[in-house]
Design a protein around this ligand. Structure first.
Ligand SMILES: O=C(O)[C@H](O)[C@H](O)COP(=O)(O)O
Ligand SMILES: [Mg+2]
Length: 299
């Protein structure tokens, strides 16, 4: 396995950038932590744009749709253009509609946030759950109240800050009572970086369902899995040899890039750390790594 190359100065940055035309850039832990943009990030992104690089922002965070991300980028004063954002909610909706050819009359039961709902709507996929089950009165809880919608043919689980027992019980019932019901995750990141540390991520939201069902999902759409790259390639003509994935997580971003035959740049501003790639038993090794994407701002 080749050694990762650490980029530490302007000449190394320039020769690295000359190798690629397109950069797939992760969001949480690379551009921002929550709503805090990392230092010099805006300046670094404008250096890449001035060099004529194509930028695509590729996030596993399913809480936000492409529309929501465009709003977030603008609110944080980061230059963004239509078509430059791909989230796991969109990759999921795109795959369910266009690859799985999910039946029009069927519904997807959602354990997740507004990002998933907006993207299912954008692909014309019917759904149940999500916010309609976010609040419920536990004082007169009765399992008999868990009514099943016969039109539900799949369960899609993603990051859900309003997750609760009712959603788990409904999702479990659909999957446990009907072997035909499909089980999908937008992504399975165990954690995500915020506030200088990490918090339970989309994968942690799905874990109770997987434990209760004793069954793994039928599909996971976000990085490092192929559906996310297929979704991007369907929309853009990428040359994998001239495309580089930039991320903070080895088991999602860097593995996604390696699996897709892309170049990979690992940054030390998110979940994984330098010792995670230098350790003797390290199994996911990026081509390049650097302290922060913001360091390109010196060019
Ligand atoms: O918890 C999640 O869903 C993900 O860990 C998180 O949001 C990752 O987002 P990304 O780093 O892919 O932008
Ligand atoms: Mg990240």
């Amino acid at each position: 396995m080749s050694e990762p190359v650490k980029l530490t100065d302007a000449s190394a940055y320039e020769s690295f950038l000359d190798k690629y035309d397109t950069f797939l850039i992760d969001c949480d832990g690379v551009i921002w932590h929550g709503n805090n943009v990392l230092p010099n990030l805006r300046e670094a992104l404008s250096v890449l744009r001035k060099k004529g690089k194509k930028l695509l922002f590729v996030s596993n965070n399913s809480a936000t749709s492409r529309k929501g991300y465009l709003k977030k980028f603008k609110k944080l004063n980061i230059e963004i253009h239509d078509g430059e954002v791909f989230g796991s909610a969109y990759a999921s909706a795109y795959y369910i509609k266009n690859v799985l050819k999910f039946p029009k009359e069927k519904k997807v039961y959602v354990v997740g946030d507004v990002g998933i709902i907006e993207e299912l709507e954008s692909e014309g996929i019917r759904y149940a759950g999500a916010n309609e089950d976010s609040n419920f009165d536990t004082s007169n809880w009765d399992y008999a109240n868990i009514k099943q919608d016969p039109e539900v043919g799949a369960v899609l689980c993603g990051f859900d800050i309003h997750v609760n027992y009712l959603k788990y019980a409904k999702a479990f019932t659909y999957l446990n009572s009907n072997p035909e019901c499909l089980f999908f995750l937008t992504n399975d990141d165990p954690t995500f970086p915020a506030n200088g540390t990490v918090y339970p991520g989309g994968g942690a939201i799905a874990a109770p369902l997987i434990t209760a069902l004793g069954r793994n999902p039928d599909g996971i759409f976000g990085k490092p899995n192929k559906p996310m790259l297929d979704c991007i390639i369907q929309h853009l003509n990428l040359n994998p040899e001239r495309t580089c994935m930039i991320g903070d997580r080895l088991d999602t971003d860097i593995l996604f890039g390696t699996n897709g035959g892309l170049g990979t740049l690992f940054v030390l501003t998110g979940v994984n750390k330098e010792q995670d790639i230098l350790a003797k038993d390290a199994r996911i090794i990026p081509d390049y790594y650097m302290a922060s994407l913001g360091d390109f701002s010196i060019l």
